[in-house]
Design a protein around this ligand. Structure first.
Ligand code: SF4
Length: 335
């Protein structure tokens, strides 16, 4: 997927979904209510701002389980999208769905309407976590659907979550390993947020679920990002998009933070610096150089990374400076 693609979102909230994942209240998460129909699609296209020069326009059906919606409604939505595609008003169509709502016939239909990217909500590759989360599918369903999608030539985006009921950092890392083995074109990582009016909220209130804090999410996602980076799989989203509802009190606990991705990148850089400083003699004066665009992430919010590194390695002095233009590494110098 082009990094410059301009997304035209159409939310399909909870339509057709026969499941009740413990964390899900699609209305709160998408900030949308009501039923999406052909007019919704036409409006999304007509009202979208013209993209900056050369950017592609991708119509994206988000939320819900698109391929579990009754087929006539799918065809209504896809028909409106396909007409726009044929007229050159959009460049591509993407949708998201569940692993157990994918088979050969479904993919034939999506192909006929010009869909080219399918996002699959895997969430975990641990069957116990999937069961405790009320997902209603297994890790094998994810593997089978992902392989079929790739075999049929669609782009595949996989979504995973961290901090679900029954999850541990090891299980999350194993999920990432198994998703990497499926060779997706990109992943989205959603640390669990406790949203009001969900089963997870009730479990949390009853003391049967321990909140996945922002710190828990930052810590484990700082392991995941380098794994995906090494596998050359782009992480195209980390954390829920902030919405008025979520920020206004619907997100009652859990890993909801408007700058979660920044916090995680900051921790990734902290961990890299820790590795490089392993051999630092106590009382050393150290200079860390990072690309200019990473400077504030390396320093951390409220200079947290500087404070931690100084304490952990008993440094006499620590300076964080920009690297020469064009260099991408993180370098450490002892003085
Ligand atoms: S499958 Fe998707 S839409 Fe349905 S309950 Fe789960 S997360 Fe929500």
């Amino acid at each position: 997927m082009s990094a410059r693609a301009c997304i035209l979102p159409v939310f399909v909230p909870h339509q057709g979904c026969p499941h009740a994942c413990v964390f899900c209240n699609q209305r709160h998460i998408s900030g949308e209510t009501g039923i999406a129909n052909a007019d919704t699609v036409k409006r999304a296209i007509a009202e979208a701002a013209l993209p900056p020069n050369g950017a592609k326009r991708q119509l994206a059906f988000y939320g819900g389980s698109f391929t579990a919606i009754p087929v006539p409604r799918q065809e209504e939505l896809l028909g409106a999208a396909k007409e726009a595609l044929d007229r050159g008003e959009i460049d591509s169509i993407r949708l998201s769905t569940r692993p157990d709502a994918i088979d050969g016939a479904v993919l034939d239909r999506l192909r006929a309407y010009g869909v080219d990217t399918i996002e699959l909500g895997a969430q975990s590759m641990d069957d116990e976590v999937l069961r405790l989360s009320g997902r209603g599918h297994t890790a094998e369903d994810v593997r089978r659907a992902a392989c079929l999608i790739r075999k049929r030539g669609f782009s595949l985006i996989l979504q995973m979550m961290t901090g679900l009921p029954g999850d541990t950092p090891d299980r999350v890392i194993e999920t990432a390993r198994r998703l990497i083995a499926l060779q997706p074109d990109g992943v989205r990582i959603y640390p669990t947020v406790i949203v009001r009016d969900t089963a997870l909220y009730d479990l949390w209130k009853a003391g049967q679920y321990r909140e996945h804090t922002v710190e828990d999410a930052v810590s484990v996602c700082a392991v995941l990002l380098p794994m995906f980076e090494q596998a050359e799989i782009p992480v195209i989203r980390l954390g829920l998009n902030p919405t008025e509802d979520l920020s206004g009190g619907e997100a009652v606990a859990g890993a909801y933070h408007p700058a979660l991705g920044e916090l995680v990148m900051s921790r990734v850089l902290l961990n890299r610096a820790r590795e490089l400083l392993k051999e630092a003699p106590s009382g050393a004066a150290v200079e860390i150089r990072v690309p200019g665009s990473r400077l504030s992430q390396m320093i951390g919010q409220k200079r947290e990374n500087i404070r931690r590194l100084q304490e952990e390695f008993a440094l006499k002095d620590l300076k964080i400076l920009p690297l020469d233009e064009g260099k991408e590494e993180l370098l450490v110098f002892f003085r």
